[in-house]
Design a protein around this ligand. Structure first.
Ligand code: ATP
Ligand code: MG
Ligand code: MG
Ligand code: MG
Length: 586
């Protein structure tokens, strides 16, 4: 049924709302799509809800296509599960907390890892029931410090969140890739100009987390990109090249990385025990890197061809990665760490610690070059001392943040790309989606285990994957509007056609009615401006403000047997014979 402006629950505004910052957001309010109920909390009016539902449909279709099963959790949640994972505390002031009449603590869910984990634990008990992907399109609550730009950063917002459950690490990897592909289809269909960026340094091995950023000057995330190679990372994740260029002769003298699988490999635990014995972790210096860069194994290869593996990390909470590394440990004598005067041994290290951590740099007198030529996913670094001396340790040091990444402030436009392919450009983006290999953290905290094929209980490995559904509506508005109004892509527009009947002539309205009926019969959604006493000027302005992609004006031209068909985006207009109008528009 056409949405008739004479009765539609809509009131357009000529003035910008005082509390709106961004142009797209101002227009969403002025065009009557949304209204603010409280800071960061919005009411969806009929037109806005139409757009929101279309985004949901795109997301739902693509989630269903990868075998996701939709369900819906409550927003009002008990404290216990979030206590078990420590997120009741970790979330800090961002969590909306409340108490029921008995004084029992509850919260409004900011994201639902805990609830999904518990649901699977409740219902499934065997590896045969996995893999499994569940999702919901549901309301989330976060008491954001600066709710800004309306729907882009709501305190109440709608997210599609999905979670994958697997027994094997390879299953998680596959679920992650399926989501990645589904997200590409989702953001293509939504019409975004977007980039997929590494969201963490990858120091854990593999691309454990990536974000989909809509390129936009109003975005709150900053990312770097290298045009030559396509490398892209959130500045929070990138390891910045810091060192002066490494002399070519030194590079030439550095042997290639060498990776071999062997059943005789010592386990990560053995390595750590060895090195811990020599370097109690209270001795800050040698362990700075170990405490920050987890699960990194370094294989030093000396100019005389001898090799020496070193563990520079601890098996942290990401068991997946520790296991992956274990499988790659090379046969060698695992030499103990020794105290060295590092500053006296400038060293070149060549290798790779997973995507996102490629880089050159220097610290504590040691220069290192991480080279992308080594196979993805390996975690080896080979090294050679410039002076031909053995170097026993690798200290990356002080520039790293707690999760092994370098701080954003150190990245500049024009810095060399970590993969050595060119230079970096900086741009801003809106985080539209985030995919994340959680591993076994939540399953361990909440004891989600299933029986494997040998009847042994094994902990499930999980991924979590989010799309900002309400944020997408705002981001599309920001990306597509012009000076006079919203400008929706057809896939998301509240209607396909906006029919305007002008003047007072009854025949005009009758014709317009007929056209609306025909357009609807042809399967199109129609907004019909049938208001009897509103001037053509106001109707045209409103049509432009609302942003439906095709505007049809039925009015004066009718005397000559024509209507005007206007493309909202290009502004192109043409007179079309009445009888051909529907064919032209469909
Ligand atoms: P941001 O960095 O913008 O705060 P986030 O990393 O905290 O987002 P996630 O926890 O990864 O968000 O949630 C998944 C998705 O939910 C995000 O990629 C984003 O699209 C959306 N989202 C997160 N916070 C908000 C919000 N306050 N309002 C609207 N959408 C949001
Ligand atoms: Mg956030
Ligand atoms: Mg984020
Ligand atoms: Mg995120």
């Amino acid at each position: 049924m056409a949405m008739r402006l004479s009765t539609l629950f809509l009131r357009t505004l000529r003035e910008d709302p005082a509390d709106a910052e961004l142009p797209g957001h101002k227009l969403l309010v002025r065009a009557g799509y949304v209204r603010r109920a409280a800071p960061g909390v919005y009411t969806w009016l009929p037109l806005g809800l139409k757009v929101l539902r279309k985004v949901e449909t795109v997301v739902r279709e693509e989630m269903d296509a990868i075998g996701g099963q939709e369900l819906s959790f409550p927003a009002l949640l008990p404290r216990d599960p979030y206590e078990a994972t420590n997120r009741w505390t970790e979330y800090g002031p961002n969590l909306f907390r409340l108490q029921d009449r008995k004084g029992v603590d509850m919260l409004l869910g900011p994201t639902h890892e805990e609830m999904f984990t518990l649901a699977v634990k409740d219902m499934f008990s065997s590896y045969k029931e996995l893999p499994l992907t569940l999702y919901q399109i549901q309301t989330k609550y976060r008491d954001e410090a600066r709710p800004r730009a309306g729907l882009l950063r709501g305190r109440e917002f709608i997210m599609k969140d999905s979670y994958s459950f697997d027994v094997e690490d390879a299953g998680l990897e596959a679920a992650y890739q399926r989501h990645r592909e589904a997200y590409v289809r989702i953001f293509d269909r939504l019409g975004f100009d977007y980039v997929i960026v590494y969201a963490d340094s990858g120091a854990m091995g593999g691309s454990a987390s990536e974000e989909f950023l809509a390129v936009s000057p109003v975005g709150e995330d900053t990312f770097v990109r290298c045009a030559a190679s396509g490398y892209a990372a959130n500045v929070e994740a990138v390891v910045v090249p810091q060192a002066p260029p490494v002399p070519a002769d030194v590079v030439a003298a550095t042997p290639a990385a060498h990776v071999e699988d062997t059943p005789d490999s010592p386990t990560i635990e053995t390595l750590v025990a060895q090195s811990d014995a020599l370097h109690p972790r209270t001795d800050g210096r040698a362990w700075t890197a170990a405490d920050t860069l987890k699960n990194v194994v370094v294989l030093l290869t000396y100019p005389d061809g001898s090799t020496e593996p070193l563990a520079v990390g601890l098996p942290g909470d990401r068991g997946v990665d520790a296991k992956r590394l274990e499988a790659q440990v090379a046969p060698a004598t695992w030499a103990p760490f020794e105290e060295k005067d590092f500053a006296a041994y400038p060293m070149l290290v060549k290798g790779y610690i997973g995507p996102g951590t490629l880089g050159t740099g220097s610290s504590s007198g040691i220069r290192y070059l991480l080279d992308p030529s080594v196979a993805e996913g390996s975690a080896w670094v080979t090294g050679a001392d410039e002076h031909g001396k053995h170097v026993y340790d690798l200290v990356l040091g002080r520039d790293f943040t707690a999760d092994g990444t370098i701080q954003a402030a150190e990245i500049h436009e024009g810095d060399p790309s970590p993969d050595g392919a060119g230079t970096l450009t900086l741009a801003r983006g809106i985080e539209m989606g985030h995919i994340f290999q959680l591993g076994r953290k939540y399953a361990e905290a909440l004891d989600l285990r299933v029986l494997d094929e040998h009847g042994k209980l094994v902990t499930v490995t999980m991924g979590s994957y989010g799309v900002g559904v309400s944020r997408a509506v705002a981001a599309v508005a920001e990306a597509t509007h012009d000076d006079v109004g919203l400008c929706w892509p057809r896939a998301l527009a509240p209607a396909d056609v906006h029919v305007v009947a002008t003047g007072k002539d009854q025949a005009v309205f009758e014709h317009a009615e007929g056209l609306v009926a025909e357009l609807e019969a042809a399967g199109l959604e129609v907004v019909y401006d049938d208001r009897p006493k509103v001037s053509p000027g106001v109707k045209f302005k409103d049509a432009e403000l609302l942003g439906v992609p095709t505007i049809v004006v039925v009015g004066r031209g009718l005397a000559d047997g024509t209507v005007e068909v206007k493309d909202r985006r290009s502004g192109e207009r043409r007179e079309v014979a009445v009888e051909r109008a529907v064919g032209e528009i469909v």
